[in-house]
Design a protein around this ligand. Structure first.
Ligand SMILES: Nc1ncnc2c1ncn2[C@@H]1O[C@H](COP(=O)(O)OP(=O)(O)OP(=O)(O)O)[C@@H](O)[C@H]1O
Ligand SMILES: [Mg+2]
Length: 321
């Protein structure tokens, strides 16, 4: 399975979230009513990758009794209206005339297809499109329509998107919020020298990322220092790490087709010329000298804090290549 030209990295939190999503479908069946979930996080955290790869594990099949679509994945259109969202969902369900008919008939077809195709979960990515930037309000009619659809179809929904907006959308509609009792946040990877397990997890992720990108970091710096600088540059946001390494590979290979490593000079160039804008305000951490201080770390997840995996000595944890 590939995500934008690099292999999927199955880091622990991704696996944990896949299990949480699975549980949402299982609990819904057990409870006889939909137990919906919200998956939230900052841009680049890797939310869509979690959701898409979950859906890919449950592909559509054709049977003598019609199509079976265990998991439907759709991107919430923008602007989000009842009609645009319903048409997008119908298209994903294979309705040949997805955008046609009255709202009433679209609704009826939607409920019909969800049942006929034995859908067990609908994933709505970019759910924050239900927040209107201009008026700074949630789109109440779409939220209400969704609440009715979930109740009528009895299928659980997973909504995915930017945390602050999702909280505002659910906060504006208590009845919809009640359906979404399960909430998960995909935090950036932490780097907390006081918790050696965070360093180990980050080291492991970077190791996989280097393999996915196909070029390792050079040996110009001790490994621990490389990792610290990478974390400072990216805030531990998975998408920023991958983006930085992918671009560095492109730059390294453009300069030298047989490049064998990603060097500090290349990382510095990519950071300053291609990445600094979205990651500002930050000094280039790939310049020689002390590592510039990073912005405050994202709050550690309670579960991670409780877990005690810090048994390995620090030097051992960080020396893995
Ligand atoms: N587990 C992973 N393995 C490999 N690449 C990943 C993984 N997670 C994320 N990426 C890469 O990081 C980038 C950002 O990921 P993704 O699009 O999933 O983030 P997002 O949280 O949905 O961001 P946004 O809120 O902007 O939509 C993508 O290029 C994706 O390919
Ligand atoms: Mg996304």
């Amino acid at each position: 399975m590939s995500t934008s030209g690099t292999a999927l990295i199955r880091y622990p939190r991704l696996k944990e979230l896949h299990q949480a999503i699975q549980l949402c479908a299982v609990l819904s069946e057990a409870a006889g009513e939909p137990q919906c979930m919200a998956l939230m996080g900052v841009t680049g955290a890797g939310k869509s990758t979690v959701a898409r790869t979950y859906a890919q594990a449950f592909p559509r099949t054709e049977t003598n009794h019609g199509a079976r679509i265990p998991v439907v994945y759709l991107e919430t259109p923008s602007p989000a209206t009842i009609k645009s969202v319903a048409a997008t969902a119908l298209r994903q369900l294979g309705d040949p005339r997805a955008a046609s008919g009255t709202l009433w008939s679209m609704d009826a077809r939607l409920v019909h297809y969800l049942r006929e195709c034995q859908v067990r979960l609908v994933i709505m990515d970019d759910f924050h499109h239900l927040f209107d930037e201009e008026s700074q309000r949630a789109l109440g009619t779409v939220s209400n329509w969704l609440k009715v659809l979930i109740k009528e179809s009895n299928v659980p929904f997973l909504v995915v998107g930017l945390e602050d907006k999702i909280r505002l959308i659910l906060g504006a509609n208590p009845q919809l919020a009640r359906l979404f009792a399960l909430r998960e946040t995909l935090e950036p990877l932490a780097w907390d020298p006081g918790r050696v397990e965070t360093l180990a997890a980050f080291a492991k992720f970077v190791q996989y990322a280097e393999q996915a990108v196909g070029l390792p970091l050079s040996e110009e710096l001790p490994r621990a220092e490389w990792l610290h600088r990478l974390h400072t540059a990216t805030g531990g946001v998975v998408g920023h790490i991958l983006n930085l390494l992918r671009q560095a590979r492109a730059v390294a290979q453009a300069a030298e087709p047989n490049a064998t490593h990603l060097t500090l000079a290349v990382l510095s160039l990519v950071f300053r010329q291609r990445l600094q804008e979205p990651l500002r305000p930050q000094a280039d951490p790939f310049q020689p000298g002390p590592v510039p201080s990073a912005p405050p770390a994202a709050p550690a997840r309670a579960a991670e804090r409780k877990r005690d995996t810090g048994r390995q000595p620090l030097t051992e944890v960080l020396s893995t290549r």
